[in-house]
Write a protein that binds this ligand. Structure first.
Ligand SMILES: [Zn+2]
Ligand SMILES: [Zn+2]
Length: 111
């Protein structure tokens, strides 16, 4: 499913549910974020990306193209182990993390 914005959802729902208001979608999305079903991302300056939080979609990092905004996911090896180590070393209780790299995607490098 990947990453989507509220506008994406609105566009997809409109043909099926033409009476729906964008406020309803906002409310629903925020409810899903609060209950941990969706995660909200800010990629650089761009806010309001969402993705499903599930076992099928484990924690991962993002490579973000600064030219076209393309987002590539990569799996992070042993992230749980790192978190555990940091928790112990700094007596922290890590709740979440962000791993984002910014650069230029292959297609944009060709331009
Ligand atoms: Zn690009
Ligand atoms: Zn992602």
């Amino acid at each position: 499913m990947g990453h989507f914005t509220i506008d994406d959802i609105y566009r997809d729902i409109l043909p099926v549910e033409p009476d729906i208001g964008i406020a309803t979608i906002y409310r629903t999305i925020h409810l899903l974020v609060d209950s941990g079903i969706l995660v909200e991302h800010t990629f650089g300056e761009k806010k309001g990306f969402y993705e499903v939080n599930s076992d099928q979609n484990p924690e991962h990092g993002h490579l973000i193209c600064t030219v076209c905004g393309k987002i590539v996911e990569f799996q992070i090896e042993h992230i749980e182990m790192y978190k555990e180590r940091l928790n112990q070393k700094y007596d922290f209780k890590i709740q979440s993390h962000k791993l984002e790299f910014f650069g230029i995607c292959p297609a944009c490098q060709q331009k």
